[in-house]
Structures are given as C-alpha cells and as structure tokens.
Design a protein around this ligand. Structure first.
Ligand code: SAM
Length: 280
C-alpha cells in the first residue's frame, strides 16, 4: 500500500493531467452528474447567507450550484489539484458567480478553523483520499454544530456500465487495477454502509444513505470513447501504458460494446451513485 504522501502526489499529477479533459467535456460531465448534485443539495438544506465548503471540487461542483442558490452566502471550493480549481474559476466567471473563492488543499488536512462552515459537500472525492477516517474527522471539525455533511460515491462496478465498459476494453490490453481494492480508485467506497460508518465514527448523527441513478449521454459510440479516455482517472493512467496499435484495438472493443446502448439517436449508458448525509 503506498504512503499518504505517495497517494496525494499521484492524485495531484493525475488530476492536473485530466483537468483539460474535464474542461473540454464540461457539458457532458455536468449533465451526467447533475442528478447527484441536486440530490446532495436537497439534503444539505442550503439557507441564504450561509458558509459552504466544497471538498474535491474539481471543476467546481456542486459548490458553484450552491453559490448560485445562496447568492448572499459564501462558498469555498477546495481541491488537491490547482489545475482543476483553475477550471472551476473559469466556470465561475463564465456563470457570473462572485461569492466563491478557491483554496488548494488536501481533504485530510484542511486549513480552516473549527466550526467555520454551515454545510460541507464532497461529490465523488471520497475514494481518492489517502486516509478516509482522518478526512471525515476534518469535515466534522470544520462544521458548525447542527451543520450537515453530504457526499457521494459510486456503487459497485456492475451497476456502472458507463465506466466498466471502458475498463473492460482496456483490460484486454493492460493488466487491470482490481476495482474496489483498498486503494484510491472509483469503487473503493462502494460497499453499502462504508461511508456511513466513517460519518458515525467522526461523531455525526442522523446518518442516512440512498442511491441516485445517472446516465452518461453521448452523440455516438466514438464520442463516448473520446470523452471517456479523457475523463476517468483510472482509464487515463492505463491508456498511457499502451502503444497506438493497442489503443486502436481497445477503442474498437469499447466502441463495439457501447454501441449496444444506442437509443433515440444517442448513446445512453446508466450508472448508480450513493449519497450519504449526516449532521454534526
Ligand atoms: C471525480 S473528481 C470530482 C470533481 C467534482 N467534485 C465533481 O463531482 O464533478 C475528484 C476530485 O478529487 C480531487 N482529489 C483527489 N485527492 C484529493 C485529496 N486528497 N484532497 C482533495 N481533493 C482531492 C481531484 O483532484 C479531483 O478534482
């Protein structure tokens, strides 16, 4: 198992490299993940004028949506990768959102005082942290008593063909990283109750979790392949290990498989996320 510093360094490099892809495919990513952001925001019970902290914000969600919902409030967007927060800053400018600031930091070592925020969100960040218990302790520490934490993670690979199609295609050429293993990969927090137990150990109460369906919609199987190879961290890392010929073979396999999801002139591939809410 790599050390915490090694995990952080690898994550920083991975997401710095993926930031251009996340900016390029912003509209498709936003559409796919919007139902999860909406479900989280509903349970966070956002009030006017409140202070919100978004952890692992990447290109700014759900923090920017919260900033728009509470224009009298203030939102801090945080992430390990400065390049991802640069994308968030450009999105905020494009959307005319001014009540936000960004801070580069790791989720397990937050540069904020105790009880500084009314709400905290973590959309699809948990699985990448070196020490999940320590990070959860940090989220609880910076929350006001009565404040809420809401996060989301992916459920098991079988219910997420939007990503497993790609990973299975890659596995025809590259040794796969075992999905769900105890390292920083997408399905690390997939087990029901996994994140809830972290919340409870950090002293949060009224902990609840529920599933939310998502759908990745692309114009064509080719667009799915192009997008996914620039969007998913594990895929980007694996694809760096193959030459052009190998990449073409993978593309062919992935495009053939995802073509079975055609419908209504588009490709629509489903997935399932789990949201977890708790109160300090
Ligand atoms: C899948 S993206 C999620 C982005 C955004 N929250 C969303 O849902 O669209 C995961 C983000 O976690 C960030 N990340 C990885 N390790 C982290 C850490 N230790 N602390 C804070 N952020 C981290 C990455 O840089 C990346 O931007």
């Amino acid at each position: 198992m790599p050390s915490g510093d090694e995990i952080r360094d690898a994550q920083r490099a991975t997401w710095a490299a993926l930031s251009a892809g996340w900016e390029k495919w912003d509209a498709l990513i936003m559409d796919q993940l919007a139902p999860v952001g909406e479900a989280m925001i509903e349970r966070l019970d956002i009030a006017a004028g409140q202070r919100h902290l978004d952890i692992a914000s990447g290109n700014g969600e759900p923090g920017l949506t919260i900033a728009r919902l509470a224009p009298m409030g203030h939102v801090v967007l945080t992430d390990l990768a400065a390049e991802m927060l640069d994308v968030a800053t450009r999105r905020a400018k494009g959307l005319g959102i001014t009540n936000v600031e960004t801070k580069v930091c790791s989720a397990d070592d937050l540069p904020f005082g105790d009880a500084t925020f009314d709400t905290v969100s973590v959309r699809f960040g948990y699985m990448f942290f070196p020490d999940l218990a320590r990070a959860t302790g940090e989220f609880a520490r910076v929350l006001e008593p009565g404040g809420r934490l809401c996060s989301s993670v992916w459920v098991n690979p079988e219910e997420n063909p939007w990503t497993t199609i790609l990973m299975q295609g890659i596995a025809t050429e590259v040794d796969p990283v075992p999905l769900g293993h105890d390292g920083p990969t997408m399905f690390r927090c997939a087990a029901p109750g996994y994140v809830s137990a972290l919340y409870e150990a950090a002293g949060l109460h009224d902990v609840a979790e529920w599933n939310v369906d998502v759908e990745l919609v692309t114009e064509s199987p080719e667009q799915y392949w192009e997008m996914m190879s620039e969007y998913v961290s594990l895929a980007a890392a694996a694809l760096r290990q193959v030459d052009d010929k190998g990449r073409r073979r993978i593309a062919k396999a992935v495009i053939a498989k995802v073509s079975t999801y055609a419908g209504g002139g588009t490709i629509r591939v489903p997935g399932v996320a789990r949201c977890i809410v708790g109160t300090k």
